[in-house]
Structure formats: C-alpha cells, structure tokens
Design a protein around this ligand. Structure first.
Ligand code: CTP
Ligand code: MN
Ligand code: MN
Ligand code: MN
Length: 364
C-alpha cells in the first residue's frame, strides 16, 4: 500500500522549470477542465488568461497525490481565484458548469475543428467562424481561398486528426535517418518534442538534425527533402531558410518562442498495413524537421523538447530571475553582457541556476 502523503508537507515551486512534471499524474479530472478554459481563452485571443489556466493545470500535474479537497491546495502557487472556483465546483459537484458549457459551445467546437486543420491559426479560424463557417467541410462547400498548407490540411484532415503512435514515429525515424545519412554522412539526428518526453502518441513527429563539423549543416534541408521527394515519401513540405544572426537576434530582440533555424514543416506519406496480406495502404503524418548548427545544438535540443509551457517558463525564469535571455539558439547574460556557450542541456540548466530536469519530467 502507498504511504499517505501529507499534502501540506509537499512543496511545489512556482516556475514549471523548477518542478518535475511526469506524463502520467493524479489530477487529470481537474487539469483537463482547466485546459479547456485555457484553450477557450486562446481562441478568444486572451493570452494572459490562457497562460494563467495552463499554469494552474501544470501545478496540479506536479502533485504526487490526487486532490481531495480545497485544503489540499492551500500552499500551492499559481492557483488564481478563477481556477480555484472551478476546482471547488468539480470537487463538490463532479463537474464545472462553466467548463461544460464552454465545451459544448458552438464557438469552442468550431474553433477546435478549424484550428485543427494544418496551416490554420486562431486568427484565420476566428474570421471563418464570424463568417458562419464551422468545419473543414464548410470550407470546401463555400469554396474558401486556401493557401498551400491549408489545402494539404483539408485534404489530409482525417489522417492528421489521428494520433501518431510511437511505433509510427520509430518508422519515420528510420526513414529520416536514411535520408539524412544519404545526403550528409556523419550528421546526427534526434527525436524531439513529445516523443522525447516519453509520450506514447503525438500530433506530429519532431526531429533535430546537426553535424559535428560546423558549417556542414548549411543548406542541408533542401537535400533531405529532395531525397524524400524522389522516394515518393512527401505529400507536402515547406522549407524555411535559417535566418539567425547572433548580433541581431540575441539580447536586443524581444523574447520570442519562434526560432530561426532552417526548418521544414512537412506531411509524410507513411506506408501502413501488413505486407503479407498485401493490403498495404498509407496514411499522412505531420513531421517537423529542424537543422541546427552544432554550436547551438544544446539550445535547440532544449527548445524543441518542450512542453510548450515548460519552454515558456524556462524563458520567463531566465528573464525575471536571472536577467538572462534564453532562446533555442543561445543564452545571453545581460549582467555580464556575454553569450554563455553550452554543449549539453545540463550546462544550460546549471547556468540558469536550475536543477536538471530530464525530458520525461518536462511534461508541464
Ligand atoms: N516549437 C518551436 N517552434 C515552433 C513549433 C514548435 O520551438 N514553431 C517547439 C515547441 O516549443 C515544443 C517542440 O517544438 O517544445 C514541439 O512542439 P510540438 O510538436 O508542437 O508539440 P509536442 O510537445 O511535440 O506535442 P505533440 O505530441 O502534440 O506534437
Ligand atoms: Mn505520481
Ligand atoms: Mn510534436
Ligand atoms: Mn512539431
């Protein structure tokens, strides 16, 4: 039997990057609800409110016990009045009226369906919603103008809604490795994002690619995508060139989670089904490829592992507590006015004065 945990004796730190957050935790019945409200705030372009709910949910994910009553929450950070009201109602009644009515609302459901299309952000979805559109079918029916990404998003909508399994991610890893090795021997490839954090499913598969000889990685992406295209493995791809300049993008630039690596947002054609029964088919899978110079690889690794809230909290910690500026490219110390170089994630945590948190505990 599990020893009883005294909730008042559990100390939870205020920043998600100071805590260990496992994938599986004890409070999904609360965090799912708070994340609905966070998502809804995002759909209504209220970022502050969205982050507040997400932070509250994240604190509950880090708890080593299931919340039973409001007393259990007494010493916890990041739980605002609104979040506490929602939690209280769920503890007392089993559900929250606000959460349930949000979940059922026309706006929430339409925004979820529309932003679920690859290439469609909140702004576009909101415009379509105000024009009376509710689903991918409506776009098709009313002949909306779609860009290339959105066309692919609508075309492969059903496949892209299906979660990608770890087994599928492993098959794609093999393909990416083969492609990269064919065009640049000696390159290193790392599986990033949710799968690096130990998730069993994801909405896409993320890869980071580098080469130990700095400079060799320049212009690598078009070679990779050409190889993949020749093999008939790509349904869609959009490559963006590297645009990072230390002098311009470093300390002077406002903190931003969008990095400037050479990258490719793609949709792979993944063979499925059993060969023996010769019912071989295929499905579409979203794949993100990112190329980093070797000297930035540790920062890129940290930045592309996530979770998104964990990343956000790392940057907030760096800025507010350490007067440093962290990005997926570099760490700048404003007090010393210099860039701090790192070869490993461990070194970056150390510069930031943080205990190292392994990827599997970054599920904030
Ligand atoms: N990321 C980024 N810039 C982007 C998109 C993503 O730096 N334009 C980073 C995110 O901060 C995150 C990681 O890449 O750390 C993975 O993002 P994403 O694939 O969206 O999320 P996952 O955590 O992998 O979750 P999922 O399983 O849903 O893919
Ligand atoms: Mn636990
Ligand atoms: Mn991902
Ligand atoms: Mn991704």
């Amino acid at each position: 039997p599990k020893p009883n945990i005294d909730p008042t004796a559990v100390l939870i730190k205020a920043y998600a990057c100071q805590r260990r957050t496992p994938l599986k935790h004890h409070n999904s019945f609360l965090t799912d609800a708070l994340e609905i409200l966070s998502q809804n705030a995002e759909y209504n372009d209220n970022e502050g409110r969205s982050v507040a709910f997400r932070r509250a949910a994240s604190v509950l994910k880090a708890l080593p016990y299931r919340v039973k009553n409001m007393e259990d929450l007494k010493s916890l950070p990041c739980l605002g009045d609104h979040s506490q009201r929602v939690i209280k109602e769920i503890l007392e009644d089993g559900s929250s009226r606000e959460v349930e009515s949000t979940r059922q609302s026309d706006k929430f459901q339409a925004m979820k369906a529309l932003t679920g299309i690859f290439g469609v952000g909140v702004r576009t979805a909101d415009r379509w919603f105000r024009e009376g559109l509710r689903s991918p079918d409506d776009l098709f029916r009313t002949g909306q103008q779609l860009n290339r990404a959105q066309q692919a998003g609508v075309q492969y909508y059903d496949d892209l809604q299906k979660p990608v399994t770890k087994a599928e991610a492993d098959v794609i890893s093999d393909i990416v490795e083969k492609a990269v090795r064919a065009v640049l021997p000696g390159a290193e490839i790392r599986l990033m994002g949710g799968f690096r954090r130990g998730k069993e499913v994801g909405h896409d598969v993320d890869f980071l690619i580098t080469h130990p000889e700095e400079g060799k990685e320049e212009g690598l992406m078009p070679k990779i995508t050409n190889w993949l295209e020749e093999q008939g493995l790509l349904l869609y791809q959009k490559t963006t060139r590297n645009s990072y300049l230390e002098k311009m993008d470093g300390p002077a630039r406002a903190p931003n989670n969008m990095d400037r690596f050479e990258r490719c947002f793609s949709i792979f054609k993944l063979q499925t089904g059993s060969e023996r029964a010769s019912v071989s088919g295929w499905r579409a899978v979203r794949v993100d490829l990112v190329v980093s110079p070797y000297s930035q690889f540790a920062f890129a690794t940290l930045g592309w592992t996530g979770s998104k809230l964990f990343e956000r909290e790392l940057r907030r910690w760096a800025g507010q507590e350490k007067h440093m500026s962290l990005s997926s490219h570099a760490l700048f110390d404003s007090k010393q006015n210099l860039y701090l170089r790192a070869k490993t994630e461990e070194e970056i945590f150390a510069y930031l004065g943080l205990e190292f948190i392994p990827p599997s505990e970054r599920n904030a």
